[in-house]
Design a protein around this ligand. Sequence first.
Ligand SMILES: NC(=O)C1=CN([C@@H]2O[C@H](COP(=O)(O)OP(=O)(O)OC[C@H]3O[C@@H](n4cnc5c(N)ncnc54)[C@H](OP(=O)(O)O)[C@@H]3O)[C@@H](O)[C@H]2O)C=CC1
Ligand SMILES: O=C(O)C1=N[C@H](C(=O)O)C[C@H](O)C1
Length: 247
Amino acid sequence: MNGADLRIGIAGITGRMGKLLADAVPLAGATLAGGIGRDGDLAALARESDVVIDFTVAATVSRHAGILAGAGTPWVLGTTGFDPAAEADIADAAARIPVFQAANFAPGVNLVIALAERLGATLAAETHDAEILEMHHRQKIDAPSGTALAIGAAVARGRGVDLAAVKDSGRDGHTGKRETGAIGFAALRGGQIVGSHSAIFTSAVEQITLTHHALDRRIFAEGAVRAALWLAGRAPGRYGMRDLLGL
Ligand SMILES: NC(=O)C1=CN([C@@H]2O[C@H](COP(=O)(O)OP(=O)(O)OC[C@H]3O[C@@H](n4cnc5c(N)ncnc54)[C@H](OP(=O)(O)O)[C@@H]3O)[C@@H](O)[C@H]2O)C=CC1
Ligand SMILES: O=C(O)C1=N[C@H](C(=O)O)C[C@H](O)C1
């Protein structure tokens, strides 16, 4: 199917991302099938859409997984902050429909994620402490950001460990000394910062920092629409920016 024939529905169309997605769909040559805010009917939107792009809130993810899998409508999921139970529901949906999930649709930050995995694999956890720093606008409701967690997961993958086993988030008070092998997170909030992420590796003798600053949310909207065009017509399964970008 070419872009002009593809009908894209937007869950979260009244939000910061949803409004930009509504602009980005026709700019990419696709058709805006419609959109819903919190009171909208996702099942009805799914029936009118070849792909649904979803940027809402974490609490919707399990419900949306069931509705879109039931409707057989491919799902591009940009929402962050969901828990392991929702993660399992996304995996169940991916057995029935194609699901493209990304914490961040900016191509550049996905290169940072890929490099973070490589640094994690190359720099020993015993010598190089890994810390992830993120800063976002004052309206953001989840922390650490989905992207920060994706960077941390990449470092952990490179080190051959589970992030959950080594994650050190929200230090405050008498924390004790840093654990060797821990992956630390710090989240800053303020103003209208679109999204900044750094992965910082520090040893006794050197420091390596990978940084990405998103300067305009359109980078996420354009990436999500590109993902929708890429996803349409694929087999059920779980896809992400690594597949789209060939990383
Ligand atoms: N993957 C990526 O590249 C990016 C991901 N994000 C993520 O996308 C999500 C949305 O971000 P943003 O647009 O800034 O958020 P906003 O708060 O601006 O928008 C949230 C949207 O979700 C809707 N919504 C709120 N509650 C519910 C509900 N209970 N059920 C259904 N819909 C609901 C809102 O509808 P209403 O107006 O009716 O309340 C609104 O349309 C966040 O999780 C954010 O972290 C953001 C940027 C990039
Ligand atoms: O809420 C946001 O704004 C953003 N959320 C995503 C995240 O949690 O990583 C992506 C981006 O940083 C903007």
